[in-house]
Design a protein. Structure first.
Length: 677
């Protein structure tokens, strides 16, 4: 479709794109790559190319719940898992002593190499143009010039362009100025005045939108790590009627490794055999560094307590809401006065730098007081500082204004993803970016959106929580948020999602083939384990060695594996067929892990799958878009208001909205049964 561009200097009008992504953090990178890999001509705009895939806070990928997100991103064909496998310097599987539902991979990244490798990936991607530029305004199609020819309009025509009214300065009117209704985004304007037409726009502004950095009572406009903020865009979004609110986060100081006394700290080494994030990799090499553990103390707490009024939140210098699960040291001291110490991790930021990140110690104390406090910590007595801590507040939107596709309900073809949606963390951002990029590309193609259910993926849990429940603080994914976490494990994300990514055209043929081979190998192995018997003598030799109860008859390998004391690797003593000469599973580590979990937790998995089927029954009952909830008789007033605000797509989603009761759901079920709309 060709739209007319009016009131734009011809020299400022650039080529049109299918999808324009604004911001090149973790969300923007995934969004742009997904769109381009789905065949759409994609533009990725960033204020600072040096900040691409930057890690201004903890230089790591994964963690509890977050690791599952990264595995799902990878299974669908995203890039985060591939990139961290290239650039990790330490890798660990968290919660390995617990059940498989909470096993979560985490890798320490070489921060600079992670940025470099992601930038190279973006630059090499076909259909993707990476460009420096600060977006200051969204442009909208009012429909007034649609379908007009150049001669009729007397203006320049561009494929996939936009229609604007001349505001008298060569710039198009904003929505608020023009009073447009039925809005549809059609491009962006840069600070330079340059206009890029685009059929869809994805905003992935991270913590840069209207960003304000605080150190003590002092504040200044800045993005993370001193990069330029996006101030003008925040103003125009508000002018366009997009509701904004302030959140905040913080980051600790960085110190030089040469100034630390590691001899008095506790070493935290990586796993002996690091496991890859990406399903494309079988092995990724070994760990290169150790992290170190130390603690705060009463002396340091007293310094914080005596000066807490000088920090941004306690001094009243900031209005942003901070994260619940990543507290500053001033919050820890204030909220937990009985705690004598708090745990800190010293994490190297890379192999080509001496900088060390002090995890667990974010603060906005004045710099002189920061030094005094940090130097009370065991091992940091002579710390040399390279960067001081600060807090940063920034603009976010209310994610309840979004559809499950991450499209803004009031503005067609406008998508939001990442921390601008009120989340925290690189992994949550990347997951949203992947989904926003997919859905922007699908929308441009006139196809239905791609939505993952809560029962299918942690990504589904994340987005459903945001859109349906909203958040009043920076949201963080956790395993406890997933009702079906035993099914949504990190080891089977490829089994759950790669076929979906392959059908979309995002996951490669190689990914799909590796997934099907792993799945078939695990299925065959489970049949073999269930059909292979072991004599009671051999079985008891194994069991008694593990201090487990003996058996009186022959037993299958599967029955042995169901014993909590027995692992798949432990079967090597009674199952020479399943292992090679070095003791490794013949079918490969990944397939063996899948087979082991499926057998060992078979009963629990079957129970959860029954729960999923019941869950899906409500999800399948779709609610018509045109329901007038405010005039809906039988619903309580609060339910009417919440349903009208969120516009759920199914009874299942409606049932998860705060303020909608089971009796309200019953009324909706009767309404659907009668065939009303």
């Amino acid at each position: 479709m060709d739209l007319i561009i009016q009131g734009v200097d011809e020299d400022l009008l650039m080529e049109a794109y299918d999808v324009i992504v604004v911001g090149a953090g973790h969300a923007g990178c995934e969004a742009a790559l997904a769109s381009a890999r789905l065949g759409k001509k994609t533009l990725l705009l960033t204020i600072s190319p040096e900040s691409i895939a930057h890690m201004p806070c903890n230089p790591s990928i994964g963690g509890t719940g977050k690791g599952q997100l990264v595995k799902e991103i990878d299974a669908l064909g995203g890039e985060m898992g591939v990139n961290i496998d290239k650039t990790f310097i330490q890798s660990r599987m968290l919660n390995s002593s617990k059940g498989p539902a909470v096993h979560s991979p985490r890798a320490q990244a070489d921060k600079e190499k992670y940025h470099i490798e992601m930038k190279k990936t973006l630059e090499a991607e076909e259909n993707l143009h990476l460009r420096q530029g600060e977006v200051v305004e969204l442009l909208f199609d009012s429909g007034s010039g649609a379908g007009m020819t150049n001669d009729e309009a007397g203006t320049t025509e561009a494929k996939g362009g936009i229609s604007e009214m001349d505001s008298g300065s060569g710039a198009g009117m904003t929505v608020a100025e023009a009073g447009m209704t039925g809005r549809k985004v059609c491009g962006v304007r840069l600070k330079s005045g340059t206009v890029y037409p685009g059929e869809a726009v994805v905003l992935a502004t991270g913590t840069y939108l209207g960003a304000l950095v605080h150190v003590g009572s002092r504040e200044h406009h800045s993005g993370p790590s001193g990069f330029s903020p996006s101030v003008d865009l925040a103003k125009t979004l508000a002018k366009d009627g997009i509701g904004l609110r302030r959140f905040k986060t913080g980051t600790p100081a960085r110190v030089l490794a040469r100034s630390l006394n590691y001899e008095v700290m506790e070493e935290q080494a990586g796993d002996d055999q690091p496991l890859p994030f990406s399903y494309l990799n079988d092995e990724i090499g070994g760990n290169q560094i150790s992290c170190w553990l130390t603690w705060t103390n009463k002396e340091g707490h007293q310094i914080v307590s005596d000066n807490i009024h000088k920090t941004a939140p306690y001094g009243g210098y900031t209005t942003g809401v901070g994260p619940r699960y990543c507290l500053s040291i001033e919050d820890k001291v204030d909220r937990f006065p009985d705690r004598e110490r708090h745990q800190l991790f010293l994490e190297p930021e890379g192999t080509d730098t001496d900088e060390v990140y002090i995890q667990g110690m974010s603060t906005s104390l004045p710099e002189r007081i920061q030094e005094a406090f940090y130097r009370t910590i065991r091992g940091l007595e002579n710390a040399v500082f390279s960067r001081y801590a600060y807090s940063i507040e920034y603009e976010t939107i209310d994610p309840q204004a979004l559809r499950l596709s991450l499209e803004y309900r009031e503005i067609e073809n406008l998508f939001f993803c990442g921390q601008v949606n009120g989340t925290s963390g690189y992994e949550e951002a990347a997951a949203q970016g992947l989904m926003a990029g997919i859905n922007a590309a699908l929308k441009v193609s006139g196809k239905d959106p791609f939505v993952l259910e809560r029962s299918e993926a942690y990504i589904g849990v994340l987005i459903d929580d945001l859109v349906t429940k909203g958040t009043n603080e920076p949201y963080r994914i956790m395993t406890s948020r997933a009702e079906f976490r035993l099914v949504l494990r990190q080891d089977n994300a490829d089994i759950r999602l790669t076929e979906k990514g392959y059908r979309l055209g995002l996951a490669s043929e190689l990914r799909y083939r590796r997934m099907t081979e792993k799945k078939l190998a695990a299925q065959k192995e489970m049949l073999r384990l269930r059909g292979t018997k072991v004599s009671p003598v051999a079985a008891n030799e194994l069991l008694l060695g593990l201090s487990a109860a003996p058996v009186s008859d022959g037993v299958t390998l599967a029955a042995l594996l169901k014993r909590p004391e027995v692992s798949y690797a432990g079967l090597v003593a009674v199952d020479p067929v399943g292992f090679d000469a070095s003791g490794k599973p013949v079918i490969g580590r990944a397939a063996a892990e899948l087979a082991e979990i499926e057998i060992k937790y078979e009963g629990y998995i079957e129970k959860q799958e029954r729960q999923i089927r019941n869950f899906e029954k409500l999800e399948e009952k779709k609610l018509p878009e045109g329901i007038d909830y405010l005039a809906f008789e039988g619903l309580r007033l609060e339910a009417r208001q919440k349903l009208d605000q969120i516009r759920p797509t199914s009874l299942g989603q409606a049932s998860r909205i705060s303020g909608v009761s089971p009796s309200d759901i019953s009324v909706l079920m009767v309404h659907l049964a009668r065939g009303n709309s």
